[in-house]
Design a protein around this ligand. Structure first.
Ligand code: NZQ
Ligand code: ZN
Length: 392
């Protein structure tokens, strides 16, 4: 196991009616005037925004609103949010929604404290050293932004989707009421579950040896998330299934299951190109990319892929031909994704084969040698090959 420092300062307030405690939480963390950030309407229609405002009023916290966050959130609304927050003298950001809303809130939090163009921080021209505190009322189990150190924004003019990793991104608190997720359409529940699994798998497929404890945590979490996802897409009002997914979302991406391991995240970088160009749900894009990535790389560590097949999907181990076991695991994962209604091919998400070279060329480089991915270092050619595997 590698050395690590792990600090998740987020306070989790989990359970039915938890959103009524939003005001108390903002006040606890020193907020006196909050910017409430929300999405395209679901949180207004469900009455959640009104309940959150009432809670802030009850705690004596003033508030202004920034609505209209779109999935795959754009820089344009972040600029609006920064202006509004400055004008109104906001000292706390309260994001009420899923990953896109939370990430917009986080980006505003950095931007308010930075003198230049906030995109400087996302494209590596400058380093963020200060951000306003952020709190979350989570409405969707997926991105894990409610306690992750990440924030992903798309520059609309160039269709460039990039993440900023910073410990400043960890929210102060996350209010998590699984009932709030019951209004989600099954497709979004499935996309969310796919993203949760992908966050675990990006950590699970490691080259690090002697990581049995985190292997087992990953495997247990994957088994539970797969089971809960199957239930929740059919019965969105199943509290227990939504509860497993919500906590799964959080532990999958705040590194509880990933400490001490080399992590990959190459599939995520490839997917970000798909959701930037075609505006597809992030989880759906991952359903297309991840199995292709697994098929492409499994020969490089066949025993780990076979272990995944046996322990997560209950496949029988073929000791003479472990590659057969590894393949069964990938097929089982694809069958699961199909069952919950996810796409598996580029065509199903409207992606064009002729775009593959440009998608590969635009994918973020994450290693000094010009490659992408922490475990399996991929050249542009590797990325093209993976996308061609998904072009079925
Ligand atoms: O805008 P509204 O009307 O609220 O509708 C949203 C949106 O259309 C809807 N929704 C959310 N909660 C709902 C609901 N509809 C009904 N009832 C509810 N309770 O769901 C749709 C998708 O929302 P979005 O926030 O986009 O989903 P998700 O949580 O999957 O976030 C995706 C974004 O997060 C990024 C992704 O790249 C993508 O941009 N990620 C962020 C990460 C992070 N910050 O740590 C890590 C991830 O890997 C990911 O990259
Ligand atoms: Zn993700």
């Amino acid at each position: 196991m590698r050395d690590f420092v792990h600090c998740v300062p987020t306070r989790f307030v989990f359970g039915r009616g938890a959103e009524q405690r939003a005001g108390e939480q903002v006040r606890d963390f020193g907020g006196t005037k909050a910017l409430i950030v929300y999405g395209g309407g679901s949180a207004v229609r469900s009455g959640l925004i009104d309940r959150v405002k009432a809670s802030l009023d009850g705690a004596g916290v003033a508030h202004v609103c920034l609505g209209g966050v779109k999935p795959n959130p754009r820089d344009t609304l972040v600029y609006e949010g920064i202006d509004l927050a400055r004008r109104e003298g906001v000292d706390f950001i309260l994001a009420v929604g899923g990953g896109s809303v939370i990430d917009t809130g986080k980006a505003v939090a950095h931007g308010v404290c930075y003198d230049g163009d906030f995109w400087d921080l996302w494209c590596g021209r400058a380093k963020s050293v200060r951000a306003l505190p952020v709190g979350v009322v989570l409405t969707m189990a997926a991105a894990g932004s409610e306690s992750s150190n990440s924030c992903v924004i798309t520059q609309e003019s160039t269709k460039t989707k990039r993440g900023l990793r910073s410990e400043l991104n960890r929210p102060r608190f996350a209010i998590m009421n699984p009932e709030l997720a019951m209004t989600l359409p099954p497709y979004q529940i499935a996309s969310g579950a796919t993203d949760i699994l992908a966050h675990i798998m990006e950590r699970y497929f490691t080259c690090e040896k002697e990581v049995d404890l985190t292997d087992r945590l990953c495997e247990g979490a994957m088994v539970a998330v797969i089971r809960a996802a199957r239930i929740a897409v059919k019965h969105p009002d199943d509290y227990d299934a939504q509860a497993q997914l919500m906590w799964g979302s959080t532990i999958a991406h705040n590194d509880t299951v990933g400490v001490g391991r080399v992590q990959d995240f190459g599939s995520h970088q490839i997917e970000h190109e798909l959701s930037a160009l075609y505006d597809v749900a992030h989880g759906a894009g991952l359903a297309v990319v991840f199995p292709a990535w697994m098929r492409y790389h499994m020969d490089k560590d066949v025993m780990r892929f076979a272990q995944f097949a046996v322990r997560v999907y209950g496949c029988e181990m073929n000791f003479e031909h472990p590659e057969q076991t590894a393949l069964r695991g990938i097929e089982a994962h694809e069958a699961f994704l199909r069952d919950i209604g996810m796409p598996l091919t580029l065509k199903e998400i409207g992606a064009r084969a002729e775009d593959i070279p440009a998608l590969a060329a635009h994918t973020k480089v994450t290693n000094p040698d010009g490659t992408t991915g922490g475990v399996f270092h991929m050249t542009r050619e590797d990325i093209e090959n993976i996308l061609r595997l998904a072009d079925r």
